[in-house]
Design a protein around this ligand. Structure first.
Ligand SMILES: [Zn+2]
Ligand SMILES: [Zn+2]
Length: 244
């Protein structure tokens, strides 16, 4: 018998899913009726228009917009393994609401709209395997599902790529990252992932939000060490906008 928290999370998530099917088509973010639907994504055109795409040029490795000629401050001390990361949109109010709906409210169909925004990202060319960034087992139990796996599943359907959550796992619980400095984040995550069976795979790690990249760097190192042919990362949103 699973613990109560786990059963409750699963039950709440399936109710949220059922609710979306029963209600008339309303935007998952602003609740306005959705007139024109892009695919099956229940996010209205106005909310999607508020998702601001990451502008070019970007740093070749971490995907942060840069002034050409200046050294990128985000990825200058990244270890090896992860080749490049690209994100679809800035984490503005509307994108943050989408992330929140998916992560905490169990509204899985938001993932379909996120996948649509991500489908043309550079790493998604050729025959790639999508690897969702796994949650620690405690967090997975509490939530009942992994939001990154939901995004990867929607994206996989959209572009016809295999989704391989079986290749990567967390080896230990890590502290919540939000209150930590970039250096502390990296230390918190060092060796936190283990990967098997990725030999020769063109791996694309999938996550919801890019903040400092510490999670993707740590996960990417594990996938590269397991013999992947290449390791890239993609996220729906990117948190840190350059100032000035
Ligand atoms: Zn809306
Ligand atoms: Zn960079």
């Amino acid at each position: 018998m699973p613990p109560f928290a786990e059963r409750f999370a699963g039950w709440r998530a399936s109710l949220a899913d059922l609710e979306r099917w029963l209600l008339p088509a309303a935007c998952l973010l602003c609740e306005a009726p959705v007139a024109e639907r892009e695919g099956d994504a229940l996010v209205c055109a106005l909310c999607r228009s508020r998702w601001r795409a990451i502008p070019n040029p970007v740093c070749d490795r971490c995907g942060q917009p840069i002034v050409p000629g200046l050294t990128c401050r985000i990825c200058s001390d990244w270890g090896p393994g992860l080749r490049r990361v690209r994100s679809a949109v800035w984490l503005g109010d509307s994108a943050r609401r989408a992330v929140h709906r998916l992560k905490y409210d169990g509204w899985w169909r938001v993932a379909e709209a996120m996948a649509l925004a991500m489908r043309d990202l550079e790493p998604l060319t050729g025959q790639v395997s999508l690897i969702p960034v796994p949650l620690g087992s405690r967090r997975a139990r509490e939530r009942g599902y992994n939001q990154s796996e939901r995004i990867a599943a929607s994206l996989g359907r959209l572009i016809g790529a295999p989704v391989r959550p079986d290749l990567l796992r967390r080896t230990r619980e890590t502290q919540t990252q939000t209150a930590l400095t970039p250096e502390a984040r990296a230390a918190n995550l060092a060796g936190a992932f283990a990967c098997t069976g990725a030999g020769g795979v063109a791996a694309v790690l999938v996550d919801d939000v890019f903040t400092t990249g510490a999670t993707l760097v740590s996960a990417g190192a594990a996938v590269a060490a397991a013999g992947a042919a290449s390791v890239d990362g993609i996220t729906f949103a990117r948190a840190i906008e350059p100032v000035g």
